[in-house]
Design a binder for this molecule. Structure first.
Ligand code: C5J
Length: 241
């Protein structure tokens, strides 16, 4: 059977369910909520709120279709030994990585702010990948996880478009994965970076990926089979009430 096709730019993107994963990048309180890492850098975290509702819907469609789901979280071990000094020193944040903030220590694993927002909480059995860098391949076993699951195609979502989403998609592209970035399920603190970030991916014939919106991806995914109680006969599709 041929794979479902998402009408994407610059060309249709096949999504064979057994070799495609939904990757959700860094939908953490530290980036989305007041008091977290994103806000310490001077960003308006409200800019990312619009990503949550379409991503909740897409996640539920992917789960219903039986697709592999991988969540990532950017952050560091409590002694910060995996945080390069250059990253620690970078910028002029109000408080730095590892300092105490209203959501716990900033960008530190195990803290409240480091975890994924409630709306997108991982289900048991879904991979949650902790990464020290912007890209999901650097310092992680993502390549091994994908390889063992037979995954070669990624549907990429999350925040932020021009930082961790771009870095991950570029890393994936260099490793031979085909990546579709979902335009309304990625977000940036900067509207112009959001627009240009998406343009950059699909320009030049899809120089490092494809772009489509979540409605197009959902329309291509098979719906979950209707649950049938034991002893019940499923209704024919054409049956009307
Ligand atoms: C950033 C990320 N922006 N997840 N991280 O520092 O994009």
């Amino acid at each position: 059977m041929s794979a479902p096709l998402v009408p994407a730019e610059p060309s249709p993107f096949p999504v064979p369910l057994d070799s495609t994963a939904l990757v959700i990048i860094d939908m953490q309180r530290d980036f989305l909520l007041p008091g977290g890492f994103g806000e310490t850098l001077g960003n308006d975290v409200d800019q990312l709120a619009a990503v949550v509702p379409p991503l909740v819907t897409l996640l539920s469609a992917a789960r219903a279709a039986g697709m592999t789901v991988i969540h990532t979280r950017e952050g560091h071990v409590p002694d910060l030994s995996d945080c390069p000094p250059a990253k620690l020193r970078r910028g002029k944040p109000s408080i730095r990585i590892g300092d105490d903030g209203p959501l716990g220590r900033i960008l530190v694993r195990g803290e409240y702010g480091h975890d994924i927002v409630d709306e997108l909480a991982p289900l048991p059995g879904e991979t949650v990948l902790d990464k020290p860098g912007k890209g999901a391949f650097y310092g992680t076993d993502l390549a091994g996880i994908l390889d063992r699951a037979g995954i070669t195609r990624l549907i990429v979502t999350g925040v932020t478009t021009e930082v961790c989403v771009h870095t991950t998609v570029r890393e994936a592209n260099d490793r031979g994965y085909d990546c579709l970035v979902v335009s309304d399920c990625v977000g940036s603190y900067f509207p112009e970076f959001q627009r240009i970030g998406l343009e950059m991916i699909k320009a030049q014939g899809g120089i490092f990926g494809w772009v489509a919106d979540s409605a197009a991806v959902r329309a291509a995914l098979p719906a979950a089979p209707a649950a049938v109680a034991p002893g019940e006969t499923p209704l024919p599709i054409s049956a009307s009430a």
